[in-house]
Design a protein around this ligand. Structure first.
Ligand code: ZN
Length: 116
């Protein structure tokens, strides 16, 4: 299950960033998933509960946002974004398209409790 390792990495990054700011407990984390990522939010939630125990991120609410999938057309060489369900070239309608990147998984923002 690669979600375990990815969740662990992302959580470590989040904890490092909040430590630098001497922040309070983490209440919410907003994650971004690439359009071609096969990361399952439910698996991340499960692993997160386990990995975050005893850290400032324990009990945080997780949010997920999926980016549009990027493709390049083999026939007209245009690059474009579309949903996975309608995977065809927006310029020429070809279905001979190649996925580009889009397997990223990271936290774009973190909300921490006010400790003052
Ligand atoms: Zn095309």
């Amino acid at each position: 299950m690669h979600e375990y390792g990815m969740t662990k990495n992302v959580l470590e990054t989040v904890l490092q960033q909040t430590e630098e700011k001497e922040a309070g407990p983490i209440t919410e984390i907003h994650f971004v998933l690439g359009g071609h990522s096969d990361v399952e939010p439910d698996s991340v939630r499960l692993y997160f509960d386990e990995i975050s125990k005893g850290t400032p991120a324990e009990g945080a609410t997780l949010h997920f946002r999926r980016l549009p999938a990027r493709y390049r057309c083999w026939d007209c060489s245009k690059t474009f974004e579309t949903s996975l369900e309608e995977a065809r070239c927006l310029a020429c309608g070809s279905v001979r398209i190649q996925p580009l990147g889009g397997d990223e998984f990271y936290a774009e923002s973190v909300e921490v409790a006010d400790v003052s």
